[in-house]
Design a binder for this molecule. Structure first.
Ligand SMILES: Nc1ncnc2c1ncn2[C@@H]1O[C@H](COP(=O)(O)OP(=O)(O)O)[C@@H](O)[C@H]1O
Ligand SMILES: [Mg+2]
Length: 279
C-alpha cells in the first residue's frame, strides 16, 4: 500500500464538480507530479488530502489508515506537510523566526525549551536561503519566500510533502537546486506530491505524473509517457500533435477542450524530440 491513497474522490461546490472520481497515490521515496490546466482540481485535491476540505464522496488513506475525517492538525502530526500556492509566512517576522515558529508548533510546549538555533540554521541551509535569515519575510523575493515555505514545512519532518506550485518565482539556478533538493528528500524515504506548472522541472524530477483535467485523472505515467500522451496534449494545448513535420499543421486542430482559458506561456508541454525514445 502506498503512503498516500486517494480513493474515488468527488468534490462538488454547488453545481461545480471540482474533483470527479479521482484516484491516485503517492509513494514513499518517489516524487509524484500532479499536473493539469488551471481549474483542473489540483488545489482542491490538496485541500482534501490535507484535511482543509471534506470530499463529497471518496476516501483518503494515509499510512494505511483512513484519514478522510481526521482534522488538519492531526494529519500534520501524523506526517503530512503542505506548502500553499498563496504564500503563508508571517511578514513582520524574520525568515529565521518564521522557521522557528514552525519548529515550535511541531515540537509542542516541551520541545520549545530545547535550543532550536542549529536546527533552524540547518533547515535554512538545506533549502538554500541561509543568507536571508535575518531579513523580514515580507521583504524577500517571491522565490525565496517559496523556499521559506518549504523550510517551514520541513520543520515538521513530514513523511508526505504536498507542494502546490513550489517553483513559481524561482530563477533557473534556484529551480535546478530545488529539483535536486526534491530528489534528496525523496531519497530519504519521503513521498512528495507536487502540483507544478514548470514542465521542465516536472519532467526532470518526477518518477510518476498524474494528469488532472476537469477533475478527472486522464493519464498516469512516467515523464516520457505523459509527454507523448494524446489526451494530455489535448487537455493542455487544445489539440493533439500528430507528430508530423508539416509547417502549418492545419490538421492539428483544437478539439474543443478548455484550452482557451489556459496560460500557454507556462503550460506548454515540451515536445518529444524526434530522437527521444529511440534506442
Ligand atoms: N471553494 C470553492 N467554491 C466554489 N468553487 C470552487 C472552490 N474551490 C475551487 N472551486 C472550483 O473548482 C475547480 C477546481 O479548482 P482548483 O482546485 O483551484 O483548480 P487548480 O488548482 O487545478 O487550478 C475550479 O472550477 C474552481 O473554480
Ligand atoms: Mg491551484
Amino acid at each position: 500500500m502506498s503512503l498516500l491513497e486517494v480513493d474515488d474522490v468527488v468534490m462538488q461546490f454547488g453545481g461545480v464538480t471540482a474533483v470527479n472520481h479521482a484516484s491516485f497515490e503517492a509513494e514513499a521515496g518517489h516524487v509524484t507530479g500532479l499536473i493539469g490546466p488551471n481549474g483542473a482540481g489540483k488545489t482542491t485535491c490538496f485541500n482534501i488530502i490535507s484535511g482543509l476540505q471534506r470530499p463529497t464522496k471518496g476516501k483518503v488513506h494515509f499510512d494505511g489508515k483512513n484519514v478522510t475525517s481526521v482534522p488538519v492538525h492531526r494529519r500534520s502530526k501524523r506526517g503530512m506537510g503542505r506548502t500553499f500556492q498563496r504564500l503563508e509566512a508571517f511578514g513582520s517576522l524574520s525568515v529565521r523566526e518564521n522557521v522557528r515558529v514552525a519548529l515550535d508548533i511541531h515540537r509542542g510546549v516541551k520541545g520549545m525549551l530545547k535550543p532550536a538555533r542549529a536546527d533552524i540554521d540547518h533547515l535554512l541551509e538545506r533549502v538554500g536561503i541561509a543568507s536571508y535569515a535575518d531579513d523580514r519575510a515580507d521583504s524577500i523575493p517571491t522565490g525565496t519566500a517559496r523556499l521559506l515555505e518549504l523550510a517551514r514545512c520541513l520543520a515538521g519532518d513530514p513523511q508526505l510533502l504536498l507542494l502546490d506550485e513550489p517553483s513559481s518565482g524561482l530563477d533557473e539556478t534556484e529551480t535546478d537546486a530545488f529539483g535536486e533538493l526534491l530528489r534528496d528528500l525523496a531519497a530519504e524515504g519521503r513521498a512528495i506530491l507536487m502540483v507544478e506548472h514548470d514542465m521542465d522541472l516536472v519532467m526532470g524530477v518526477c518518477d510518476t505524473i498524474r494528469v488532472l483535467d476537469f477533475g478527472e485523472v486522464i493519464a498516469v505515467g512516467d515523464p516520457a509517457a505523459i509527454r507523448a500522451d494524446k489526451r494530455v496534449q489535448q487537455a493542455y494545448l487544445g489539440y493533439a500533435d500528430d507528430g508530423d513535420d508539416d509547417q502549418d499543421d492545419q490538421d492539428d486542430q483544437p478539439v474543443g477542450s478548455h484550452a482557451a482559458g489556459h496560460d500557454d506561456q507556462t503550460l506548454v508541454i515540451p515536445a518529444v524530440s524526434a530522437t527521444e525514445g529511440v534506442s
